[in-house]
Design a protein around this ligand. Structure first.
Ligand code: SF4
Ligand code: F3S
Length: 370
């Protein structure tokens, strides 16, 4: 984007007309779980927004989050976000190198102090003085402290930047941690996932530019709009789970028919993320739709807490479906029958609880004077 050029003008010069811009705004509003009436507000805010400067740091990583961001095609996410921001430093894509690149980063920290956005990809090693990851002779920890503590906000992109991810998995030989733990004074929003979903990263930036603040977060500082719902509750295979129709092995009839992947190790019942709605590859698909169980890649320390990935979860909360699933194996018919019985009992228990709640007077509520 040229200096002085409007955001929409910049998009137009890339062949993105107003219709597609509004479509992008609508997608962002939907991702942020806002009502459609916010589309106009978001569009107007983005048109007027003063471009914030962004620096993207990479430490112990595989570059998967950068790839995820940059490979989103048609140009809605990548192009729009690139044009929304003044992208001053990103090792994977910047033209500059060596001293020139380091000078660009230093200039941002000095001149944009407290105003720029930092994105961190990858974990930060603390063992042995941080020698396991150095850039331009400085440890990742030194760079992260210097940059992130001077940023207006830091986005931890992906599992490794959030909680150490794969690098921190047991036995964690490099003493790797996420950015929040490495630089506690930084204002961090965590986008877990392996990788993060570019639609969510864009939505966080759009929220920041529209409302001047980061979106509401959960106990892990992850945005609620993306991590507030259990995957199992949004899954298109859920009806099969409820009916007791499970894939028993890869490629069997149930797998070919799109039945539930719980018995193949799907962690959807204990994982939160918006994959079923945001999806991947420009909204084409997501792991469960593609026929693979969810690994729970957006769960805290998932490499340790969600593995073995192909073993089914032992305790799935719900009305006894875990018991039903355990009993399945003799045949789908028996499973469906068991599922129906369990659901019958579950419904009865649920109804009784509802009835009890309905008939019990609330002790806290004082009686209104007549
Ligand atoms: Fe979907 Fe997995 Fe839940 Fe089955 S267990 S309904 S595949 S999220
Ligand atoms: Fe990750 Fe599960 Fe989504 S593995 S990409 S959270 S479906």
């Amino acid at each position: 984007m040229l200096q002085g050029q409007s955001f929409t003008g910049a998009l137009q010069s890339r062949g993105v007309d107003r219709r597609r811009f509004i479509k992008f705004c609508s997608a962002m509003v939907a991702t942020l779980a806002l009502p459609p009436r916010y589309v106009a507000q978001v569009a107007s805010a983005l048109e007027k927004a003063k471009k914030p400067v962004l620096v993207w740091l990479q430490f112990q990583d595989c570059a998967g989050n950068s790839e995820s961001m940059l490979r989103s095609s048609h140009p809605t996410v990548a192009e729009a976000v690139l044009d929304l921001l003044s992208w001053e430093y990103h090792e994977l894509v910047m033209a500059g190198a060596g001293h020139q690149a380091e000078a660009a980063l230093e200039r941002v920290v000095r001149e944009e102090k407290g105003k720029f956005i930092a994105v961190v990809e990858g974990a930060i090693p603390l063992a042995d003085g941080g020698v396991y990851c150095t850039v331009a002779g400085k440890t990742a920890l030194e760079i992260a402290r210097h940059v992130c503590s001077n940023a207006a906000a830091t986005i931890a992109a992906g599992a490794c930047a959030w909680d150490g991810g794969l690098v921190r998995a047991n036995p964690n030989p490099t003493g790797a941690v996420g950015i929040e733990e490495a630089v506690p004074q930084a204002k961090v929003i965590n986008l877990g996932g392996c990788p993060q979903n570019p639609a969510n990263t864009a939505a966080v930036l759009v929220h920041y530019l529209t409302f001047g603040e980061l979106p509401a977060v959960d106990q892990y500082n992850r945005p609620l709009f993306a991590y507030g719902r259990i995957i199992h509750d949004q899954c298109e295979r859920r009806a099969h789970y409820d009916a007791g129709r499970f894939t028993q092995e890869w490629g069997d009839e149930g797998h070919r028919k799109g039945w539930c992947l719980y018995k193949m190790g799907c962690k959807g019942p204990q994982a939160t993320f918006n994959c079923p709605s945001a999806r991947w590859n420009d909204g084409t698909s997501w792991p469960v739709k593609a026929g693979h169980g969810c690994l729970g890649c957006a769960s805290h320390r998932f490499w340790d807490t969600r593995s073995p990935f192909y073993e089914r979860l032992p305790d799935v909360p719900g009305f006894g479906v875990d018991v039903t699933a355990g009993q399945i194996g003799l045949g789908v018919t028996a499973a469906v029958a068991a599922g129906t019985v369990v659901h019958g009992i579950a419904s009865a228990v649920r109804d009784r609880m509802r009835t009890r709640a309905a008939i019990q007077p609330s002790p806290a509520k004082p009686k209104a004077k007549e």
